[in-house]
Design a protein around this ligand. Structure first.
Ligand SMILES: Cc1cc2nc3c(=O)[nH]c(=O)nc-3n(C[C@H](O)[C@H](O)[C@H](O)COP(=O)(O)OP(=O)(O)OC[C@H]3O[C@@H](n4cnc5c(N)ncnc54)[C@H](O)[C@@H]3O)c2cc1C
Length: 300
């Protein structure tokens, strides 16, 4: 198989990966960034109002486009390929895509969050029959109907407002978890009359041909016409068997220098952060890159 050799390989071209790239390229390190086939989560953010520098809000797509243009203008190679395996243990790191093997001194992992996951008993029986993972796609089918939206993050908040805007009667269930969203978004949700339940745990989806509601862990039934699930898992599938240490909730375990347990391997962004925001992705991307640069200089 064909091979290419770099100083730095960055897996992921969202805010974390692109920021890391800006730093390593400016440090004159030969860098390749893999953008993967699935769009970064930032592209799901319609209106960003909490990232510094934009007095008017900016869409996730436009902000990403600006970051990409800046990184490319500095000379970055951004390749639209999924990394399918990693070999990280030795000094020379290796990652492979479908067509090629890439070698480097350093790998920075910035793969963000992965696809939505199965969470509830019975979920698989109702996909497409009242159970959905996408408000934008399926919301209009529930106009005038009652929907339970399950999740506890920014995306849940935005999806709730989107569903409401489509004329859906939506309630949020965080499944007993904290609702990890900015105060201003919570206030908007409450002002618009959307109910938020942070106490109940959901055990099961029930129904016959289609969803009829959920069963809570105290066996209480809550009726609804649809259940939308927002929970995601970090995209750490790629990292299984890589030797990298994960946290209990499947984030990559890093120290405050964004070093993983393997020498020369760093990580940044949603895959490591508890607070999953563009500012934390950018910040951790910069820290990871600065330490990667020091590591490579130490090798010389
Ligand atoms: C609806 C919504 C609204 C949001 N609103 C805001 C907001 O207003 N303000 C804010 O600060 N944050 C917001 N966020 C959060 C923000 O988008 C994320 O925190 C941020 O995008 C994380 O950046 P990242 O670089 O870690 O990951 P991502 O942006 O997800 O990028 C990860 C990249 O890795 C790539 N990748 C994954 N696996 C592979 C692989 N195997 N090979 C190659 N590439 C791979 C993906 O294709 C992607 O390009 C929002 C998120 C959502 C979903």
């Amino acid at each position: 198989m064909e091979e290419e050799v770099y100083d730095v390989i960055i897996i992921g071209a969202g805010p974390a990966g692109l920021t890391a790239g800006i730093y390593t390229i400016r440090a004159n390190l030969k860098t390749i960034i893999f953008s993967g086939k699935s769009p970064p989560r930032i592209t799901l953010a319609h209106k960003i109002e909490n990232y510094p520098g934009f007095i008017e809000s900016i869409s996730g797509n436009e902000l990403l486009d600006r970051m990409e243009k800046q990184t490319k203008a500095l000379g970055a190679i951004i390749r639209d390929e999924d990394v399918i395996s990693t070999y990280l243990d030795s000094d020379e790191k290796m990652v492979s895509t479908k067509n090629k093997v890439y070698k480097s001194k350093v790998v920075i992992i910035a793969t963000g969050m992965g696809p939505r996951r199965k969470t509830l008993v019975g979920e698989e029986n109702f996909v497409g029959r009242g159970l959905s993972y996408c408000a934008t796609c399926d919301g209009p089918l529930y106009r005038g109907k009652k929907v339970i939206l399950m999740g506890n993050d920014e995306e849940t908040g935005e999806e709730a407002l989107e569903l409401l805007g489509m004329g859906v009667d939506v309630s949020i269930y965080t499944n007993g978890k904290e609702f990890e969203v900015e105060e201003s978004l919570i206030n908007q949700i409450k002002e618009r009359g959307i109910k938020i339940d942070m106490n109940s745990k959901i055990k099961e989806v029930f129904g016959t041909q289609s969803v009829k509601g959920i069963i809570l862990d105290n066996d209480e039934k809550v009726e609804s016409d649809g259940v939308f699930i927002v929970y995601t898992i970090p995209s750490s599938m790629l990292l299984q068997n890589s030797g990298l240490k994960l946290t209990e909730d499947n984030r990559l375990d890093v120290n405050n220098q964004m070093e993983t347990n393997i020498n020369g391997v760093y990580a940044a962004g949603d895959i490591v952060c508890e607070v999953k925001q563009i500012s934390t992705a950018v910040g951790t991307g910069a820290i990871a890159a600065q330490n990667a640069i020091k590591y490579i200089r130490g090798l010389k």
